[in-house]
Design a binder for this molecule. Structure first.
Ligand code: FES
Length: 158
């Protein structure tokens, strides 16, 4: 993937150059590239008051940031306590089988990334899966796999 560094410069110009702006800068970078490429970290460090180690520290500290590309849609399986008790493990297994990937991996077409996450705050609906900002609750293995069928048959939008 080629990185348009001019785009990075625009983000920096918009968000700011001092170290307190590291998070908004990195969030904007991730939104654009779907991850934070190391090349971008180097570019930000070269053009701002932030250092490579500060930026790398932020990216590795906050779980929202990713150093490797993610799929178009992240399928998040909640593994918080309520969802764990409600069968989150089975949902992950069903989604692994449906997508043909392991937890944490991208599908080869980069359409989906399967991910386990901590409580997403909808415990009354446990067990829960989130795709983008949509919450799917009270799931079982079958219903979890069906979410992907629905996304696939709608061409990616629901
Ligand atoms: S534990 Fe899954 S939503 Fe809270």
């Amino acid at each position: 993937m080629s990185i348009d560094l001019a785009l990075v410069d625009t983000i920096v110009a918009d968000k700011g150059v001092d170290p307190t702006k590291a998070i908004p800068v990195l969030q904007a970078v991730q939104e654009k590239f779907r991850h934070v490429p190391l090349q971008v970290i180097e570019r930000i460090a070269a053009t701002t008051e932030m250092t490579e180690s500060q930026l790398y520290g932020v990216v590795t500290f906050y779980s929202q940031f990713r150093l490797t590309p993610v799929g178009e849609k992240i399928v998040k399986v909640c593994h918080g306590t309520a969802c764990h008790v409600g069968g989150a493990e089975g949902l992950t297994e069903a989604l692994e089988a449906r997508l043909g990937v392991k937890d944490g991996e991208n599908t080869p077409d980069m359409k989906y990334t399967l991910d386990s996450v901590a409580c997403v705050g909808c415990c009354s609906l446990a067990p829960v899966v989130m795709v983008e900002d949509k919450v799917f609750g009270k799931l079982d293995r079958k219903k979890a796999a069906k979410i992907i069928d629905e996304y696939d048959s709608s061409g990616g939008s629901r």
